[in-house]
Design a protein around this ligand. Structure first.
Ligand code: CDV
Length: 315
């Protein structure tokens, strides 16, 4: 059988600190236009699509950094995206900084949402694995203040039925953690959507080459796809943002772990693949037949222990 979801990965070039949401949305609409022309069922945008990657900038007070957050979704700036998607009948996955109030308390999350072809929001994910730090760090070449601006997501890794498949989301650093994919794999995920903002260099080591970092980027997604029998769509925001370069390398990965579409540029670019969701079955029903072969009784440490502890020294 085949169950084809034609997916567009909308890689975005840089967004400078001074640029407006309206300018970003205009570029996103142009990519959506291409995706509609190509007959895509779904378009996937990067992490924090609407602004520059602001966690590289240190801000002391909340009034300053709240400018980067969306207080509702859709809002005036993003409404055109929702309208065009609904009119064209295309699903939409969008990453943004979410500010919300719960029990009279303000919460900030690094969030992405899934909107179906009728314009209904059918999924929300809040980034669980927040990299970086919370205070200004003079040791780093540049800052990565996600732990200052966001709290860890509180929704787990939900997988929902949408667009004819079992769809899940994660965000950027989450893609490096096998737990991310496995928790979704245990919900029979067939397509994982993720956006990323990944610096070309490592702010704490000049020795890590851009090539090695790109290898890690692709390897993480390819391993997650293969080991869970799922499609993975990984979409970058890339290029030079105010002197800070982010890597490109957006890909669509098959459930065999093979890259079937890959961006060639460092700018706005749409990559497209026909993702046959039934192609997930073979892996899920053979080598990674979880019900037959998983041995959770031997995996207890994964949920009981967070950091690594060496074995006790022998005699
Ligand atoms: N936005 C990110 O989560 N970026 C991280 C960087 C800091 C390593 C990533 O995992 O790509």
């Amino acid at each position: 059988m085949t169950r084809i979801l034609r997916v567009g990965g909308a890689q975005m070039g840089p967004i400078q600190k001074a640029e407006t949401r309206d300018a970003a949305v205009a570029r996103m609409l142009a990519l959506m236009d291409q995706a509609v022309d190509k007959g895509c069922d779904l378009i996937v945008y990067p992490e924090l699509t609407l602004t520059t990657f602001f966690p590289r900038w240190y801000a002391e007070d909340e009034a300053e950094f709240d400018l980067w957050f969306e207080h509702e979704m859709p809002n005036a700036a993003t409404r055109p995206l929702f309208d065009m998607a609904k009119e064209a009948g295309i699903g939409l996955c969008l990453g943004y900084a979410e500010l919300t109030e719960d029990d009279g308390k303000v919460h900030r999350y690094n969030t992405c949402i899934l909107v179906d072809k009728s314009g209904r929001m059918v999924g929300k994910y809040r980034k669980v694995h927040l990299p970086g730090h919370a205070e200004f760090d003079p040791e780093r070449t540049w800052q990565h203040l996600e732990n200052r601006y966001f709290e860890p997501g509180n929704l787990g890794f939900p997988v929902g039925r949408a667009l004819g498949g079992n769809l899940g989301m994660c965000i950027c650093n989450d893609r490096r953690w096998p737990e991310t994919y496995r928790v979704m794999g245990l919900q029979d995920v067939e397509l994982v959507m993720l956006g990323y903002n990944t610096p070309t260099g490592n702010s704490m080591s000049e020795e890590e080459s851009p090539e090695l970092r790109m290898f890690h980027n692709h390897m993480s997604m390819q391993a997650g796809a293969y080991q869970n029998g799922t499609w993975v769509v990984g979409v970058a925001k890339c290029g030079d943002e105010d002197g800070h370069e982010l890597m490109a390398g957006s890909v669509i990965v098959s459930p065999d772990g093979v890259i079937v579409a890959e961006a060639k540029t460092m700018g706005d670019e749409l990559i497209v693949a026909d993702c046959d969701l039934d192609k997930c079955r073979f892996n899920k029903e053979t080598i990674f037949d979880f019900a037959a072969h998983r041995r959770p009784e031997h995996y207890r440490l994964i949920v009981e222990r967070t950091g690594a502890e060496p074995p006790e020294a022998g005699e």
